[in-house]
Design a protein around this ligand. Structure first.
Ligand SMILES: Nc1ncnc2c1ncn2[C@@H]1O[C@H](COP(=O)(O)OP(=O)(O)O)[C@@H](O)[C@H]1O
Ligand SMILES: [Mg+2]
Length: 488
């Protein structure tokens, strides 16, 4: 399958899609593609259909009758049929889609599938029935039916539990945002400092570089402030309202006010269920559904504390949402007035540095420790999280920004591969190392094997000479990780 020239990255996604749609074995098959809006799902599927002469139907919010009429019209065109195709119901529609693949393996994409299923809740069962093994229409077809959708809570349920389509999909592709390294390449940013700043605002959503700011990329570090003012804070760019729309597109979020408040609570640093509930003024049980929907939809991330059982913390997973809540929402009325952006940004810049950049840098360090090449510790990381370690004799607790846990052998404690501290704007010194040593000592009696635990110092501002000297003398124990390394 010919890869489109303007498709950036997505090698694994394209390969999986290619394998699925060009599988030549007899029998119709089902695939499901999901992912938050604007990650490039339509882009990928449209390209696959173009490359193979496949059939692409983009559903809209419409009644059943209208959707069937549109689908019929598009089938008429695809087949060059002399008489217009008339579809009287979804059973008939499915058979027409299966008939498309009678001659050869052919992708048949239904994009925005949740819109159809909303108007016709029985559609998943109709599809299950149409693809039933042994049914001649299905066995004689090589239609590669792909259902695609952005409503993550819906798409997740499509194949889960006792859903009719459970266990039926031969392809389950989730299109994620780009990670920070790919995002920097996509934006064409080579200065890692600038890359972190931009990533802390727009994250890894491809469309935010293209349609949303019309390829306006900051020229250099000095241009960053002006770039913020002329893009995300400018009410005439689509990016300005995007953070608000992200929620509106989740049909699971029936009470937007509550969902916005939950996001505001988390963005404000309330990480526990109790803290979030307290902030929004509800009982913890009232917010458990919103927390699930927001996590499923990729707007929140849940992280278990590796050092305290039953402690889960919540974080905003989409940088634009964190930015909106910290910088934009408190002064929304002000921002909507033309020309206010520069003033707002001057007043908010220090809040951006402390509330957004610090935590975002920690997150990038964790991502690196989980997925980076050339990791310094010995062993494959199974999970990377932040945690809190109790220090009873000193009557204090220590926050660990980066705790790297390896896979345990049966019957043995899991190895703690590394503990690390991340500082975005501080030159790190031996004092930081002493604290990590103390943490490692405290954890020696924990459930982890600390015999190989490395100490990691991540800094966006560099390391003092005496820290460098210590790290050089014990390379197997201490690693200093610069911004450049995180982007390598
Ligand atoms: N891999 C990619 N390479 C280049 N541009 C991309 C890529 N993925 C997405 N885009 C850009 O993002 C836009 C939105 O993607 P789209 O396919 O509409 O997202 P989705 O269907 O997931 O909502 C595309 O029009 C394109 O400009
Ligand atoms: Mg789309």
């Amino acid at each position: 399958m010919q890869r489109p020239v303007d498709l950036f990255d997505r090698a694994a996604e394209w390969a999986a899609l290619s394998r699925f749609v060009s599988d030549d074995r007899p029998g119709a098959t089902l695939g499901v593609v999901s992912g938050r809006r604007r990650q490039g799902k339509t882009f990928l599927l449209d390209a696959a259909c173009r490359a193979t002469g496949g059939f692409f139907f983009g559903a809209t919010q419409a009644t059943d009758a209208e959707s069937l009429r549109r689908l019929g019209a598009q089938l008429t065109e695809q087949l060059g049929a002399p008489v217009p195709v008339r579809l009287d119901g979804w059973e008939e529609a499915l058979d027409a889609l299966l008939a498309l693949g009678r001659e050869r393996a052919l992708p048949v994409v239904i994009d925005e599938f949740p819109y159809l299923a909303e108007a016709a809740p029985s559609l998943p069962s109709v599809i299950q029935n149409a693809l039933r093994p042994g049914r001649p229409e299905a066995t004689e077809s090589r239609t590669r039916l792909v259902l695609c959708g952005s409503a993550m809570s819906f798409m997740g349920r499509l194949l889960g539990g006792n859903a009719p389509l459970r266990g039926r999909a031969g392809l389950e592709l989730v299109v994620h945002p780009f990670d920070h390294r790919v995002a920097a390449q996509f934006w064409g940013i080579t200065d890692p400092r600038l890359a972190v700043l931009v990533n802390a605002v727009v994250g890894g959503t491809p469309a935010y570089r293209r349609e949303f700011v019309r390829d306006d990329v900051p020229h250099d570090l000095a241009d960053f402030d002006d770039w913020v003012v002329r893009t995300v804070l400018d009410p005439t760019t689509p990016l300005f309202r995007e953070a608000r729309y992200l929620l509106a597109e989740e049909p699971g979020a029936r009470n937007p006010a509550l969902y916005h408040s939950v996001l505001a609570a988390v963005a404000g640093g309330n990480a526990t269920r109790g803290g979030i509930a307290n902030y929004v003024g509800r009982k913890a049980t009232d917010i458990s559904h919103p927390l699930t929907v927001l996590t499923d939809s990729g707007l929140l991330r849940q992280e278990a504390d590796p050092f305290r059982s039953n402690r889960t913390s919540f974080r905003i997973a989409e940088p634009l949402v964190a930015f909106y809540h910290a910088i934009m929402r408190p002064v929304w009325d002000q921002l909507e007035r033309p020309g206010a952006a520069a003033r707002v940004w001057r007043a908010a810049r220090s809040r951006f540095d402390s509330n957004i950049l610090g935590p975002h840098f920690e997150h990038l360090c964790r991502t690196w420790a989980l997925t980076g090449d050339d990791l310094p510790f010995d062993g494959l990381p199974a999970s990377v999280a932040s945690g809190v370690v109790n220090d009873p004799s000193a009557r204090t607790t220590h926050e660990v920004d980066v705790a790297v846990v390896g896979a345990a052998d049966p019957g043995a404690p899991a190895p703690l591969l590394a503990v690390g501290e991340a500082k975005w704007n501080t030159v790190m010194n031996p004092g930081h190392l002493d604290r990590l040593r103390r943490v490692r000592t405290l954890l020696a009696t924990s459930a982890y094997d600390t015999s190989r635990t490395m100490l990691l110092c991540f800094s966006g501002a560099g390391f003092s000479d005496d820290l460098v000297a210590q790290a050089t003398s014990t390379p197997g124990e201490i690693a200093l990780i610069s911004l450049e390394a995180i982007y390598r």
